[in-house]
Design a binder for this molecule. Structure first.
Ligand code: NAP
Length: 452
């Protein structure tokens, strides 16, 4: 397994993949650790979770540098990601006991209630785009609920995967409660089939999600799926113009566009479309590309060379089908995986930049006549993860937010995740929820106790 720096495509380090026998032995060890750990109190778990948050904050720069080295995000974004991981640890340390307290429900019993118990070992299959955050937003609630965990991280971030296992151990969680499996995607099926593994969660593409869900379904194991997105960013004629344009560009360029909840389809009413395109073009251009570890770099590389090919194909095919190129539109010269910040307009639903998920710095404008058409366009997608709407009328914004088919809608703000709010999608964006009290209840046995 190779860790390669996306800035120059040089090898950082090679890691050895585990054999089938080693995987089995690790799973048995996690089972052993979880069997003891599930009897710990919330207070004991919470203490360890707080130490984990402290460790993350203390070594923030070190972990941030590792992420930047392996998948190329801007160092400032990496540091913010570590801060967010510490936040989610604190959040569940403070709230798990409240969320999982027995819930009394009146019935024909003298007393009946719901009691929440850990499921056992949960497998997490994770993507490279937020190498720490994706793992921590799963691990913090799973461990607080009393589960053990196996991490199968994306193959291009093995250093992050090993470091996360180490930090969790250093924070005081039992050895073997959380283990990383350095294995390729094709070996995940074997892990799911292992009878000691009780459930699986996957954050990644639809292809990987459907393969894991199929295997888990065959083995009757619970899954949560956090898959791709093509979030609409709806701009109405009464939007507060400047903050809308600034946020549009931030929402598109976050993580160099490689985020499931990055805004991807900018649905703009005709009245304001010319002005919107001029302003976002201005804000997108002249970004200084360079080493993402340097503080003055504004444009980071994409995580793998093939992602440059993918985004370039989506742009070129869309132009051939009638989209108008306003900015960029090609890969940048040099040894890293850089793609020019790109703006396309006159985008229509049959084009790849509309139909497919665009994982790169490409902002696509879809012009519409009015609010009704904007909603229709927003819903004309196989995805349903997040989205936002911009209007000076909160009432109008809320009405649209309730109508768009997605797991979240933001009014006059960009889509983001927050430990306090549930996160997840509908349609091909997946099912189940992470974060908030909903997230911690995904991997527990919701057990009814009835007393005569
Ligand atoms: P990916 O190729 O699907 O990989 C995700 C994970 O699945 C990796 O660990 C990968 O391992 C593994 N995998 C791939 N094929 C598999 C298979 N057939 N069976 C089992 N595991 C398999 O996705 P990615 O490129 O890393 O991440 C980008 C995708 O994730 C985008 O679609 C993005 O929208 C989505 N995402 C969704 C959310 C959300 O919360 N909804 C958040 C972030 C990202 P290998 O690396 O070894 O192939």
């Amino acid at each position: 397994m190779k860790s390669i720096n996306p800035y120059n495509n040089q090898l950082n380090k090679e890691y050895k993949e585990l054999s089938g026998k080693q995987i089995e032995s690790i799973i048995a060890n996690v089972e052993h650790a979880q069997k003891k750990y599930k009897h710990s109190t919330y207070g004991e778990r919470s203490e360890k979770m707080k130490s984990l948050a402290e460790l993350l904050r203390k070594n923030k720069t070190q972990y941030a540098r590792l992420m930047t080295l392996e998948m190329g995000k801007l160092l400032g974004e990496s540091e913010a990601e570590i801060e967010k991981c510490a936040w989610v640890c604190d959040y569940y340390a403070d709230n798990a006991e409240i969320f999982l307290a027995d819930e009394v429900i009146k019935s024909d019993a003298s007393r009946s209630y719901v009691h929440f118990q850990p499921l056992g070992i949960v497998l997490a299959v994770m993507p490279w785009n937020f190498p720490f955050w994706q793992v921590f937003r799963f691990a913090a609630p799973a461990l607080m609920a009393g589960n053990g965990a196996l991490l199968k991280h994306a193959s291009n971030v093995p250093g992050c995967a090993m470091e996360i296992e180490k930090i969790i151990r250093e924070a005081g969680f039992p050895d073997n409660l959380f283990r990383t499996l350095l294995i390729p995607g094709k070996m995940v099926g074997e892990v799911i089939e292992n009878p000691l593994v009780k459930a699986a969660t996957l954050t990644g593409s639809e292809k990987a999600g459907s393969s894991v869900a199929e295997k888990a379904g065959k083995n009757l194991k619970k899954t949560v799926m956090e898959l791709g997105g093509s979030d609409p960013f709806i701009v109405l004629e009464d939007a507060e113009f400047e903050s809308c344009c600034q946020t549009a560009v931030t929402a598109r360029m976050i993580n160099t566009g490689q985020s499931c909840i990055a805004a991807k389809r900018f649905i703009v009413v005709e009245d304001i479309a010319n002005a919107f395109e001029d302003r976002v073009k201005e804000l997108m251009q002249d970004r200084k590309a360079g080493n993402p570890a340097n503080s003055d770099t504004q444009l980071a590389p994409l995580a793998k060379p093939e992602f440059v090919e993918d985004i370039d194909r989506q742009v070129k095919e869309s132009i051939e089908m009638g989209a108008t190129l306003l900015l960029g539109g090609k890969r940048m010269k040099g040894k890293g995986n850089f793609y020019e910040p790109t703006v396309l307009t006159n985008v229509t639903p049959d084009m790849p930049v509309f139909k497919e998920e665009t994982f790169g710095p490409v902002l696509s404008v879809i012009r519409v006549q009015n609010e009704k058409e904007a909603i229709e366009m927003a819903n004309q997608s196989q995805y349903g993860l997040g989205g936002c709407v911009w209007t000076s009328s909160v009432e109008r914004g809320e009405k649209i937010a309730r109508t768009v088919e997605s797991g979240a809608m933001f009014v006059n703000g960009m889509t983001k995740s927050d430990p306090r709010l549930p996160f997840g999608g509908i349609k091909n964006s997946g099912y189940g929820r992470e974060l908030s009290h909903y997230g911690i209840k995904e991997f527990v046995n919701i057990k009814t106790i009835w007393i005569a």
